[in-house]
Structures are given as structure tokens and as C-alpha cells.
Design a protein around this ligand. Structure first.
Ligand SMILES: [Zn+2]
Length: 55
């Protein structure tokens, strides 16, 4: 699972495909809420505010 900014979305997808050998589902963080999960404050690849969840 990756939480990434717009610039690192492609990178996260590439890594996901490498690891899981299948395409990920991509969600916008604004569109989803998890009761037991709070989105990290920063992208997994940089310090920017994340936009997408790649799972
Ligand atoms: Zn980033």
C-alpha cells in the first residue's frame, strides 16, 4: 500500500506492479474514509501532502 502525491503516483504504481504482479486500485484520499486508519501526512516518496492511495 502506498500513499503518494500526484508526482509520485506513477512511481507507486510501478513499484506495486513489481511487488504484487497485478495492477493496483487507486483512490483519492479525499474520497475515502477509514474508521481505523488515518492517512499519513506525507507522501511515501517525498514530504508533500499525499493525494492518492494505491492498494
Ligand atoms: Zn511524493
Amino acid at each position: 500500500m502506498y500513499v503518494v502525491c500526484r508526482e509520485h503516483l506513477e512511481e507507486a504504481i510501478d513499484e506495486f506492479v513489481d511487488v504484487y504482479e497485478m495492477p493496483p486500485d487507486i483512490y483519492k484520499l479525499n474520497d475515502i474514509t477509514f474508521t481505523k486508519w488515518t492517512a499519513p501526512a506525507t507522501c511515501d516518496f517525498c514530504d508533500k501532502h499525499p493525494i492518492y492511495l494505491v492498494v
